[in-house]
Design a protein around this ligand. Structure first.
Ligand code: GLV
Ligand code: MN
Ligand code: MN
Length: 413
């Protein structure tokens, strides 16, 4: 499909939002859901969708939908999209690349006069779970994978509840929850995303078709000890949860290294109260564990639980481990994946270790992903990169995929 001359490019769109959420302290971009930065990104998307004549709505879970449905039918729609929130100090492409590429792909479809099934761009909130702890919160709420009451009680690092932050943003917290009507309009979902590893670098290709998402979950480990004075408490009298946490971090690495294909990370550790001259009374640390085999993932967490008990007991402390979210390994819809491979015969098929809303939606909608080469292979860090030419190739691949699905694919139901 040809690109409309003088139209937006993916790089041009991303340049417009480059300043939003830049983090002068951590480096990179921090765009937590419902922060000023993320709200600014949502406004940017809505302005672009509106300019294109798309019908924009925000559903009761905060998912933005931008529709092209000229005959008024919203059923069996071909949907693409991604997210605009980021991890703290993340890269510029994780999420926004998929949204900007969707806009450019829709321009190509419009310029070519592609008609058939209705189409939409969806922007999902809190994909990273970096503010309220549960990844893919928007798609989990939409699909019923998380209970509304539990979601509303989630708190951010400042102790604000999701319910309170939603209400302050003008949304209606009492209305969140499963939305079979909104979900039921989707006939297929294709998410384009920056690759978060080295697969495409090693293969020398710009775009891949996704095959699977590694099963993954998050657990919060709380170690309770005894807060006290750093100068007056002799070493023998301490119940220092920070020491137990340090031992646990080392144990987590050893536990994961012993199992081929396992990944385990402690990326966040919060001491209470958190003073240089204060022995902490409590440590919360967040554990991320991933493995292709879900039983192995849960077995690894059990080992970490035992290691936490041991590490805590050695310091006269007490540990508790609580699951915050779990996503089983996802193999994308094979028929849809094969269709994408037919449209993009040069694209390799790659698995990913990163989580995505596409993974949550997969239980309900035929779902596929496209990955665009990232020359550093780094993600969730400022060094994440996509070359301009690859970004445009990604949008072309997405446009060709959507065109095929809009015009050729039999309805899923
Ligand atoms: C999200 O990108 C994740 O994999 O945690
Ligand atoms: Mn992402
Ligand atoms: Mn991410």
């Amino acid at each position: 499909m040809t690109r409309p001359s003088g139209g937006d490019t993916v790089a041009g769109l991303l340049a417009e939002i480059d300043d939003l959420g830049r983090d002068p302290v951590r480096g990179g971009w921090s765009r937590p859901v419902l922060s000023d930065a993320e709200l600014g990104l949502r406004e940017w998307f809505v302005a672009h969708a509106t300019k294109r004549g798309l019908d924009v709505e925000t559903d009761r879970n905060g998912v933005i939908w931008a529709w092209h449905a000229p005959d008024g039918s919203y059923q069996d729609a071909v949907v693409t999209g991604s997210h605009l929130d980021s991890v703290p100090g993340g890269g510029a492409y994780d999420g926004p690349l998929g949204v900007a590429s969707a806009l450019v792909a829709f321009d190509q479809l419009a310029a070519a006069g592609v008609a058939g099934r209705p189409r939409a761009i969806a922007v999902f909130p809190e994909e990273e779970g970096s503010r309220f702890g549960v990844a893919c919160l928007g798609s989990r709420l939409l699909t019923g994978a998380i209970a509304p009451d539990r979601a509303l009680a989630l708190t951010d690092p400042d102790g604000r509840t999701f319910a309170g932050v939603l209400a302050a943003s003008g949304a209606a917290p009492e209305q969140i929850g499963p939305d079979p009507w909104a979900l039921g309009r989707m006939g297929a979902f294709v998410e384009l995303h920056v690759e978060q590893g080295r697969g495409l670098i090693d293969l020398g290709r710009p775009v891949a078709v996704g095959s699977s998402i590694l099963g993954h979950g998050r657990w919060r480990v709380t170690i309770d000890g005894a807060g006290n004075h750093a100068g007056t408490t002799v070493m023998e009298d301490r119940h220092d949860p920070m020491v137990a946490a340090g031992a646990l971090v080392v144990a987590v690495q050893a536990i994961a290294r012993a199992v081929p294909g396992a990944r385990a990370t402690v990326g966040r550790l919060v001491p209470t109260p958190g003073g240089t001259n204060v022995i902490a009374s409590r440590i919360d640390l967040w554990l991320d564990v991933r493995h292709r085999d879900d039983a192995t993932t849960l077995g690894l967490v059990e080992e970490v639980r035992m290691a936490a008990d041991r590490a805590a007991a050695e310091q006269g402390c007490r540990a508790t481990v609580r699951e915050e979210s779990f996503s089983a390994t996802v193999d994308f819809d094979a028929a849809l994946r094969d269709e994408l491979c037919g449209v993009l015969p040069d694209a390799p098929v790659l698995a990913t270790g990163a989580g995505h809303d596409a993974g949550v939606l997969k239980e309900h909608v035929p779902t596929a992903m496209l990955f665009v080469r990232n020359p550093t292979g780094v993600s969730h860090a400022p060094d994440e990169v996509v070359e301009d030419a690859d970004a445009e190739e990604g949008a072309d691949a997405l446009a060709a995929t959507l065109q095929h699905l809009i015009t050729h694919r039999e309805p899923a139901i």
